[in-house]
Design a protein around this ligand. Structure first.
Ligand code: ADP
Ligand code: ADP
Length: 225
């Protein structure tokens, strides 16, 4: 079962900035959790810990029984799909189609399965008509939709998104919300889009200055802010 556990996680950047300070939480399988907080609160740093791009200075991160360590990274990266804050960090193939296919190809799936996943994922985010375009010439919002499609095409057990709706036009945002509403696995969403959290997440974690300020049912959290 693919839960996410942060156990007393502290992270200090090489320049001495303590971006996470004793962060602990447990997300059960199938739960959708929103992470909110001001710029610089530590949301992106937390997210980079869910697939081992950063590892704690102190404490532990565990994804479904597997501790995130150098040794377990291959398993962790097959389990956790991350949509980064900046789509340019994850788009590197010449065309949209090749980019979305990159994960499934690396998973050695049969060609027909790869084609199906690429088509479905692009349709789900409203980017199917962009399939033959060069990724570098897309708009910021289009890039984000393609980056999301690339992660959806991998059908991850745990989905982690950093500001997934920023730059999206209302139509693309609506498609994304509907797609995420149908996602039944564990999902962690860092965002400034509070309406998205209200709509999708039963639970909200509020971060401030690297620590958790509040963690509870979204309705309760929002009523007290
Ligand atoms: P946001 O709230 O949208 O994440 P930030 O301004 O906090 O925006 O940071 C954007 C990104 O810039 C961060 O995710 C991080 O990777 C990088 N960043 C922020 N502060 C620093 C810093 N002091 N040194 C290096 N990189 C930084
Ligand atoms: P958020 O995503 O909530 O905006 P971040 O996790 O990006 O917050 O940043 C948390 C803190 O860590 C901020 O003070 C930011 O300036 C700092 N930070 C982020 N990335 C880096 C980095 N690469 N090097 C040094 N400090 C960083």
């Amino acid at each position: 079962h693919h839960y996410i556990k942060f156990d007393h996680v502290t992270y200090t950047y090489p320049n001495g900035m303590k971006a996470l300070d004793d962060v602990s939480f447990y997300i059960t399988h199938g739960e959708k959790v929103g992470i909110v907080g001001a710029n610089g609160a530590g949301k992106s740093t937390l997210i980079l810990h869910t697939n081992g791009l950063l590892t704690p200075s102190e404490g532990n991160v565990v994804i479904g029984d597997v501790p995130v360590t150098k040794q377990t990274l291959p398993i962790i990266r097959r389990t956790v799909g991350i949509v980064f804050q900046n789509p340019d960090d994850q788009l590197f193939m010449p065309t949209v189609e090749e980019d979305v296919a990159f994960g499934p190809v690396n998973m050695n799936l049969p060609d027909e399965e790869i084609k199906r996943r690429v088509r479905d994922a692009l349709k789900e985010v409203g980017a199917y008509e962009l399939r033959q375009r060069a990724t570098y010439e897309l708009s910021g919002g289009q890039k984000r939709s393609v980056a999301i499609a690339g992660v959806l095409a991998m059908e991850p057990d745990v989905l982690v998104l950093d500001e997934p709706s920023s730059n999206l036009d209302p139509h693309a945002r609506r498609l994304l919300l509907d797609r995420l509403a149908g996602f039944t696995h564990t999902c962690l969403i860092a965002t400034h889009d509070l309406d998205m959290v209200r709509e999708l997440c039963q639970r909200t974690i509020v971060m401030s200055h690297g620590h958790i300020l509040a963690d509870g049912p979204t309705a309760t959290i929002f009523e007290n802010r």
